[in-house]
Design a protein around this ligand. Sequence first.
Ligand code: DQA
Length: 148
Amino acid sequence: MDVLVINGPNLNTLGTREPEIYGSTTLAEIEDGLRAQASAAGLSLDTFQSNHEGEIIDRLHAARTDGTRFVIINPGAFTHTSVAIRDAFAAVAVPFLEVHISNVHAREEFRRHSYLSDLAVGVMTGFGVYGYTMALDYVITALGTAGD
Ligand code: DQA
């Protein structure tokens, strides 16, 4: 798969979860939209959601050998807690974008720190679910021009 989209804990509840913060779009709708966007650009895209830190790490390790060229991740609350997911990205050395639906800088203080942002190519935060579309748009451009 060219692009791997990972969503972390609680993002399986999008649609009903705190809609005033996260909107009403479900994760299935987001993933369907991203698959269509990738396919229109001639790229393959895989999706993965887990509420378990170790499963996300295992999926990242698999990305080392399954042909993944770019990862788009919304790590959910693991953003602010997980040295282990940070270490997995460092180990796998795959380029990635970090996405947050809400503007994490406009919320509680503990959401302002990310263990991943300094390793990421870039961060989208506060654009609602459109952040995923923007991220994939960037990846399509980056992969399209790779090697030029
Ligand atoms: C989130 C922001 C995180 O702080 C939070 O724990 C989430 C979702 C976002 O998409 O805005 O679960 O990553």
